[in-house]
Design a binder for this molecule. Structure first.
Ligand SMILES: Cc1ncc(COP(=O)(O)O)c(C=O)c1O
Length: 427
């Protein structure tokens, strides 16, 4: 890859819209990258990048108020962009629990979990989660990102081997880097390639997969992966960020869906997706959790999860436990969208979950198409390299149980219409 030189700017908005070139910029002064990047951003923002990071001015409900990145106007859009898969975060019970916690504890934890930052609510939340997951214990992290970084770097060392799915989330990759273990990638969801990679390794081996992959919405080929790992003496960590509380008869994730809860060694996830809150976790034996409590640096060198979040999450878990109909509604919404998109000839890749990519496969056109959809009232985001492979750009939909059939019909009709005008639809 070429380094970004200031004179390249004259070639327009860096036609490939790819800011990864700035990772490779080199100059004597560390700060010298700021100016060329700033210049690039000045052009890229109005040309489409403004769609990223637009400010929300209301709760992430099906109709959300968004401050338009171009005009500054606040508009109400149909929300296809927030995780909140079961619409739990804005439920009255959750808000009430959070308000009560704020009244009692104030804003934040004001301490590390091993010093003054553990509150009764944290203990209750970890216990409720372990109970839900049917594991002996659980431990909380401030975010899903820090759960991966903290957990992986706590259990793996220099000289060990980590084998990651090619599409592993950045937090998994960063955890592997921090651990200093040798890190290899296997082809996405490909047990045969995993087998090839494991066959050449000696020493401790950890394979890391995700329950549902966040960019394509496809599900991990867990039975085959477990079988390969067992044969090669590799342990398995599953990140169920996008599958916990959704998959399996009781919502215990893809491991429950496949009946493989006991075959997977380490279970990790986040509260930011299905529950629409914040915070990461690891579930497992008491021994494992005690170890992570002592060695998960991303946890104890950071302030604890705010008590207000713990209170809201506890209420959220109770709702998910008591209302399995929410999952049923989500899956019926997903089935509707999949059927309608297929009928309309919209390419949704290999999605089999509530994460549905609308494939555009063009790193430049994805932005004007995203803009048109926003003008037509939809809030959904372009996803480009480095989040996905080059030329695999897409507009990503997160489906929520809160969306009505009317909302879904509006979404499909608008997307199909715009894609047809743009010549992207198959039909
Ligand atoms: C698979 C996966 N793991 C971890 C994370 C990080 O979670 P959080 O956003 O809660 O920090 C994400 C977030 O997108 C994710 O998709």
């Amino acid at each position: 890859m070429k380094s970004a030189q200031p004179e390249e700017k004259s070639k327009s908005v860096f036609t490939d819209f790819d800011y990864t070139r700035f990772y490779h910029y080199s100059a004597e002064d560390l700060a010298a990258v700021l100016h060329p990047f700033g210049e690039w951003l000045k052009e890229a923002r109005p040309a489409g990048y403004y769609l990223h990071g637009q400010a929300l001015a209301s709760a992430p409900t099906p109709r959300v108020k968004v401050r338009d990145g171009k005009t500054g106007q606040i508009r109400e859009l149909l929300n296809l962009s927030s995780y909140n898969y079961l619409g739990v975060s804005y439920r009255p019970e959750v808000k009430r629990a959070a308000i009560e916690a704020i009244e009692k504890y104030g804003l934040g934890a004001s301490g590390s979990p091993i010093l003054s930052g553990t509150f009764d609510l944290h203990i209750e939340l970890a216990e409720a989660l372990a109970d839900y997951k049917k594991t002996p214990a659980a431990i909380l992290f401030p975010t899903g990102y820090s759960a991966n970084v903290g957990f992986i770097s706590a259990i793996m060392r220099s000289g060990d081997n980590i084998v990651l799915d090619q599409f592993a989330h950045a937090s998994i990759v960063d955890g592997a880097i921090l651990s200093k273990a040798k890190t290899l990638f296997f082809r996405h969801n490909n047990p045969l390639d995993l087998e090839r990679k494991l066959a050449n390794l000696s020493g401790k081996k950890l394979v890391i997969v995700e329950g549902v992959y966040s960019m394509d919405g496809d599900m991990c080929a867990l039975p085959e992966i477990v079988e390969v790992c067992k044969r090669h003496g590799a342990r398995i960590l599953i990140d169920e960020a996008h599958s916990m509380f959704l998959f399996g008869p009781n919502g215990r994730g893809v491991v429950e869906h496949f009946g493989l809860e006991k075959e997977v060694d380490f279970h990790l996830g986040t509260f930011s997706k299905t529950l629409g809150g914040q915070g990461g976790y690891v579930c497992g034996s008491q021994e494992l959790i005690d170890y992570v409590s002592g060695f998960g640096r991303a946890r104890f060198f950071s302030c604890s999860l705010a008590p207000v979040l713990a209170a809201g999450l506890l209420a959220g878990i109770r709702i998910v436990e008591q209302e399995p109909q929410l999952r049923a509604k989500l899956w019926s919404n997903v089935a509707y969208l999949r059927r309608r998109f297929t009928e309309e000839g919209v390419d949704i890749g290999h999605s089999c979950s509530q994460v549905i990519p609308v494939m555009i496969n063009d790193d430049v056109r994805v932005f004007p198409i995203g803009e048109k959809l926003q003008e037509r009232g939809l809030f959904l985001q372009p996803v480009v390299h480095p989040a996905v492979t080059r030329h695999k750009s897409r507009l990503r939909i997160f489906v929520s149980a809160s969306l009505s059939e009317q909302d879904l019909a509006e979404a499909v009709d608008t997307i199909a219409d715009v894609l047809r005008q743009e010549g992207v639809c198959r039909r």
